[in-house]
Design a protein around this ligand. Structure first.
Ligand code: SAH
Ligand code: SF4
Length: 359
């Protein structure tokens, strides 16, 4: 049985034994998912946002980007194209844009589910809990809502006054609604260090998530963090590798923030514990305007070939692109047994893959 205690995690985080860490993460990933890499087609249907996150180019005060909102027919056409090209999951993502009503989004979800045999993931930010409940009834399968950082003070600072506990409550509420829930962090935000990465890894692991996203911070020139240092790519790979070892059956994407910093390192993450790619299937005319950070969607050249390109990249690594819906075995309790801790967060002793967090 393998164990990872806090000291082991810290030792790996400083890069003291990268080869061993990445091999270990790859082995765990292969035990659970084999050679398969799940494809999620992401449709970024609006870049309008009412929030002011200091790290993000879509923040409301940024007057330098061209804003767009896709109509429902355009969203449905993009979803049809994505499924035709073999995506098993459609991710609907946007800024926190409340101009799409609960019912309008519900109809889009229902239409996609009626027309295609796909899973639907929502990444819509801080919409109401009642709205998320309604969309679950409309057939949405998953939600993605990142904590971004697990330090409440940093959260408040970087999300311009927002409340960390409200975000956390939302994540846990979504889990209780029966969604497969993904959350995660941005690696290398200003004022973070190895100790904060350790805290993030432990906190995120304790949430029992079906999906975990952790990608590097990419400074955006039209934000208050324009002059901050970018996140470190190796550290980001270490964080996802550790998250894989601690969360064997969670879906963990190789994020596009990696390829924004270096064209090769998103694919490399697939050999270091990640098992998901999320190519953009946003119509070409809008793709460049979904400018969360510079270089976003750069590698997804055009609508017709971003999924095909992702598949080719996966094959070139000797891996197998999967067109399945790609649910996490965790949501069916195949690999892990779970229990709730006294803190209200889940606490687990992972039995089948033999990973245990010790103090
Ligand atoms: N508005 C929604 C979804 C869109 S933002 C929300 O905030 O939840 C999607 C993700 O982009 C965020 O969760 C954040 O992790 C990521 N992001 C934003 N700006 C970034 C940056 N500069 N570098 C890396 N990731 C960033
Ligand atoms: Fe809006 Fe999401 Fe960007 Fe924050 S991270 S500004 S909520 S799009």
């Amino acid at each position: 049985m393998h164990t990872l205690n806090k000291q082991d995690i810290l030792t790996y985080l400083i890069g003291a034994n990268d080869n061993e860490l990445f091999e270990r993460a790859n082995k765990v990933k292969r035990q659970v998912f084999g050679d398969e890499i799940y494809l999620r087609a992401i449709i970024e249907f609006s870049n309008v946002c009412n929030k002011k996150c200091h790290y993000c180019g879509l923040r409301a005060p940024n007057g330098a980007i061209t804003r767009y909102r896709m109509r429902d027919t355009t969203i449905l056409n993009a979803a049809a194209m994505a499924t035709y090209r073999g995506a098993g999951t459609i991710v609907l993502q946007s800024g926190d844009d409340f101009s799409y009503s609960t019912q309008a989004l519900g109809k889009i979800i229902r239409d996609i589910k009626d027309r295609h045999d796909v899973a639907v993931t929502l990444s819509l930010g801080d919409r109401g809990l009642d709205e998320y409940a309604y969309w679950r009834d409309c057939g949405a399968d998953r939600c993605l809502l990142k904590l971004e950082t697990t330090d409440p003070r940093q959260y408040k600072r970087l999300r311009d006054g927002e409340d960390f506990s409200a975000r956390l409550h939302r994540v846990e509420f979504l889990q209780n609604l029966g969604y497969e829930v993904g959350s995660g962090i941005i690696v290398g935000l200003p004022d973070s260090d190895i100790i904060s990465a350790l805290r993030d890894i432990l906190f995120i692991t304790d949430l029992d998530l079906a999906m975990i996203a952790a990608g590097p911070f990419v400074p955006h020139p039209q934000t208050p963090l324009a002059n901050a240092m970018p996140g470190n790519i190796s550290l980001s790979h270490r964080v996802t590798a550790l998250l894989r070892i601690l969360n064997p059956s969670a879906n963990i994407p190789a994020t596009s923030a990696l390829s924004a910093l270096d064209s090769e390192c998103r694919e490399l993450a697939l050999l270091r514990g990640c098992n998901v790619l999320m190519p953009s299937m946003t119509p070409e005319e809008h793709r460049a305007d979904y400018n969360i950070y510079p270089g976003k969607n750069q590698s997804d050249t055009n609508v017709s070939d971003s999924l095909t390109l992702a598949k080719a990249n996966i094959r070139s690594l000797g891996l197998v692109p999967s067109t399945s819906k790609g649910f996490s075995p965790r949501s069916h309790n195949v690999y892990e047994s779970t229990s709730r801790s006294a803190t209200g967060h889940s606490s687990r002793r992972k039995t089948e893959c033999g990973q245990v967090i010790a103090d």
